[in-house]
Design a protein around this ligand. Structure first.
Ligand code: ADP
Ligand code: ADP
Ligand code: MG
Length: 450
């Protein structure tokens, strides 16, 4: 088993990983930027190393400083969390080169699957259904050929995309060229890589994804699916497990996800993402890391996914067989953001004057905040996640509503009331929604009192 792990991340996921390490008796090394010196992850780790200035580029993306911190503190492995360097194959390779275990798949697998255009090619090889579109990245001329073949509406997507960024919808042929260059420019600015590919726009889809675990010995398991269709600007806001898909489709998706993971010799935890419409399901991408929404799967399976990541990285075999995995009840997660929904969801960091979190059976709060904590303005606005586990979907919804009613985060605006409005919406309660739900209902969802 691993002895000492460095966590190359911040916020709630760093706290989450440090706790999992402690429960396994693994020593922890936190890293932090100047702005994060008072962060919870710094306080609870066994040791903490400052890796640079406030900007992520100076600290959490500073590969040399992170590797030096690991070497100097004798950490034998690095857990990258999500975001930051988690899907950076150069970083994973650097770890391999200096003999540090990167807690994730091999660098070569990240490279293949992190390039979304290339990943789709591999999935076609593996006979996993993909969204129709271009074969890999396209030039303007090639893009126009694809446009002629599949028609509108279509999506131009960044190969290096993530977090819902780098995507442009084209509704009419005449918009294509402008959208092509706009997507390229946005991709270049956000990911320093301007490669784009094309997909048919699946109308009114649901986003359903399958959680995978794989060890070094060829064993691959799935832990069921999550429905992450409640999104704003292609970024998830509320996630739940299980989905409401019929069993035949659900089982076919499990099979496709396991096949996908096997095809690339996947190791560690990963997620295969699909969009689903009335005709079928289509692969969109693989996330080669732990995901923000992993807790809903943990709640219904009773499996600690971060613990499994650490075990797998330490060379252990998967502890479970597929037939051991059972699903119990229903879990919902909401992402709490330091933002003001009424002002176009403007990020709004600041001082947390008071924090009160309700407790109880099936309630979980994953966060890095505490009373008197000052949220720095330099990073993502997600400050925590509330997870509710109930006997049924309705039970989980009711539990989540009551948690959000009691939860107090004073000092900064958050999306707490906005989330409640979603949980109260009759279509959400009925399960009648797709990825366009928030956009279609935005006006009503913003009518809460402040
Ligand atoms: P990211 O890397 O930013 O997560 P994804 O490819 O996973 O990008 O897409 C993010 C979201 O965008 C999806 O969850 C879905 O809502 C929407 N989306 C992506 N591709 C399509 C598509 N071909 N048709 C319809 N919606 C899509
Ligand atoms: P997932 O597919 O897991 O939902 P996303 O594609 O939404 O993940 O990307 C992860 C998001 O989390 C990104 O928007 C990223 O900016 C953000 N992020 C990265 N690291 C952290 C962190 N430590 N705390 C909060 N948010 C983070
Ligand atoms: Mg995605």
């Amino acid at each position: 088993m691993l002895q000492r792990v460095l966590i190359a991340n911040r916020g709630e996921i760093a706290v989450r990983i440090i706790r999992a390490c402690k429960q396994l008796g693994i020593e922890t090394v936190a890293v932090y930027s100047l702005a994060d010196k008072d962060s919870l992850h710094v306080h609870i780790a066994d040791e903490a190393v400052c890796i640079g200035g406030n900007a992520a580029s100076a600290s959490y993306l500073n590969m040399e400083n992170i590797i030096s911190a690991a070497v100097n503190t004798g950490a034998e492995a690095i857990h990258p969390g999500f975001g930051f360097l988690s899907e950076n194959s150069t970083f994973a390779k650097l770890c391999e080169d200096v003999g540090i275990i990167f807690i994730g798949p091999d660098a070569s697998v990240i490279e293949k699957m992190g390039d979304k255009a290339m990943a789709k090619k591999l999935m076609i090889e593996a006979e996993v259904p993909v969204v129709p579109g271009s074969e890999g990245e396209v030039s303007l001329e090639e893009g126009k050929q694809v446009l002629a073949e599949i028609g509108c509406p279509l999506l131009i997507k960044a190969s290096a995309g993530g977090g819902g960024r780098g995507m442009r919808i084209v509704h009419h042929e005449s918009e294509f060229e402008k959208a092509y260059y706009a997507a390229k420019q946005e991709a270049k600015a956000a990911f320093t890589n301007d490669g784009v590919y094309i997909e048919k726009l699946i109308t009114n889809p649901r986003h359903i994804e399958v959680q995978i675990l794989a060890d070094r010995y060829g064993n691959v398991l799935h832990l069921g699916e999550r429905d992450c269709s409640i999104q704003r600007r292609n970024q998830k806001v509320i996630e739940e497990a299980p989905s409401s898909l019929p069993d035949t489709m659900r089982n076919a998706m499990y099979e496709a996800a396991v096949k996908a993971a096997r095809h690339v010799n996947y190791v560690n935890a990963g997620t295969i993402e699909f969009v689903v419409d009335e005709h079928g399901f289509y692969f969109i991408e693989m996330n080669t890391r732990i995901q923000v929404e992993h807790p809903v799967t943990e709640m219904i399976t009773g499996i600690d996914i971060v613990r499994e990541q650490l075990r797998i990285a330490g060379g252990k075999h998967l502890k479970h067989e597929q037939s051991d995995i059972t699903f119990n009840g229903h879990a919902i997660e909401v992402r709490i953001n330091a933002e003001d929904p009424k002002h176009n969801f403007r990020p709004n960091p600041g001082l947390i004057e008071m924090l009160h979190v309700p407790q109880g059976l099936g309630i979980r709060f994953d966060s890095g905040i505490y009373t008197d904590y000052e949220i720095p303005p330099f990073y993502d606005s997600m400050i925590g996640k509330v997870i509710a586990h109930g006997y049924s979907r309705l039970d989980a919804i009711r539990k989540m509503r009551s948690i959000l009613e009691e939860l107090v985060i004073e000092g900064i605006p958050t999306n707490q009331s906005f989330l409640t409005m979603i949980l109260m919406h009759p279509d959400f309660v009925k399960g009648d929604f797709d990825t366009g739900f928030i956009a279609a209902n935005l006006e009503g969802l913003l009518t809460y009192e402040t």
